[in-house]
Ligand binder design. Structure first.
Ligand SMILES: Cc1cc2nc3c(=O)[nH]c(=O)nc-3n(C[C@H](O)[C@H](O)[C@H](O)COP(=O)(O)OP(=O)(O)OC[C@H]3O[C@@H](n4cnc5c(N)ncnc54)[C@H](O)[C@@H]3O)c2cc1C
Length: 292
């Protein structure tokens, strides 16, 4: 199938983007990398009157480090993140997660803003922003606002973004280099969307786990903070027995409702989640060379 006809605009300022979105009253779509939008147009799951191409809007592909963290422009592509050596050393979990996204050709076009706005529950980047306690910067007719990741995602393909708003970037707080971290996902083929995935980090304080944070994706209609696991993990000894127990607890979580679809049943997703959580904990601990 071919997309339904649409008008095409390529403004060169944020203000013009917002004006166009306002003028079309919800019937225009921003296009960034086109890697999610174009298939939806081709299948006629969407038929907007207009596309607003943001490729000429300046300053949307900057990466700016400060003492507070890093600001990432919305039009940064996956390959931009992977190739950034500063990001690689300062935000290792971010880059490790991005490397799992799709195939090279898609990573060469797909953008971080597009992924956040699209809000696929199995996408890596929304989970990565959530694990980093990041905030999403948006701008619209009413001005600009910063939305914490834990309130940005409302459900499958649904976000807090208003019709006239554009995502301009993402702010991630500074990443302590003492963190133990890991990213694990399971997909049927390399480059496919994951059936389930986990990002986590923790600190060690006098030999015990401290400040654990665990985020899972692909197991609900949005990325989820696995708070009950964090509570069990906090203060625990980092032993194989602890990691196995947390993995087992992950399969029984009642804060998630994994979907059943053609790829996997709900129970299978729970089983995968348990395995991934245990492997990620072991991996995080091993990476730092700790003795067990
Ligand atoms: C075969 C295939 C496999 C894939 N596998 C994965 C995968 O494993 N993991 C994964 O995470 N993704 C995967 N993707 C999706 C890919 O990462 C997309 O590039 C990404 O989700 C969307 O980015 P984009 O720049 O292409 O957005 P677009 O397709 O241009 O836009 C997507 C949506 O976001 C909106 N939008 C775009 N930019 C903005 C903005 N700045 N502000 C507001 N709204 C905006 C658009 O209006 C549209 O609704 C896959 C895609 C394909 C085709």
């Amino acid at each position: 199938m071919k997309p339904a006809p649409f008008e095409y605009h390529r403004p060169d300022t944020i203000e013009s983007v917002i004006k166009l979105l306002e003028d079309y009253g919800g019937d225009a779509k921003i296009i960034a990398g086109g890697q999610s939008l174009l298939p939806m147009l081709a299948f006629r799951l969407l038929a907007p009157s207009a596309l607003v191409d943001i490729c000429r809007v300046p300053d949307l592909n900057n990466t700016t480090f400060s003492e507070h963290g890093v600001a990432l422009g919305a039009r940064l592509r996956w390959v931009d993140i992977e190739r950034d050596l500063q990001l690689r050393s300062r935000y290792p979990l971010l880059v490790a997660g991005v490397e799992h996204i799709a195939h090279y050709q898609i990573r060469n076009r797909g953008t971080i803003g597009g992924s956040l706005a699209h809000a696929d529950p199995a996408a890596e980047f929304p989970a990565l922003v959530l694990i980093h306690e990041g905030q999403i910067q948006v701008q619209g007719v009413g001005g600009s606002r910063l939305i914490p990741a834990d309130s940005f995602f409302h459900g499958m393909l649904t976000t807090d973004l208003a019709e006239d708003e554009i995502i301009t970037g993402v702010h991630l707080p500074a990443w302590p280099s003492t963190r133990y971290w890991s990213f694990k996902e399971f997909a049927r083929r390399t480059g496919d969307f994951a059936l389930a995935g986990v990002a986590l980090h923790f600190q060690l304080n006098e030999g015990r786990i401290a400040e654990p944070r665990i985020v899972a994706f692909g197991i609900d209609d949005r990325p989820v903070i696995l708070a009950p696991l964090q509570s069990i993990l906090d203060g625990a000894l980092p032993t194989p027995e602890t990691f196995a127990a947390i993995g087992a607890a992950a399969t029984k979580l009642d804060v998630i409702d994994p979907p059943s679809d053609l790829q996997a049943s709900s129970d299978y997703r729970r089983a995968i989640l348990g395995v991934l959580v245990e492997r990620a904990l072991v991996d995080a601990f091993d990476k730092r060379g700790g003795a067990r």
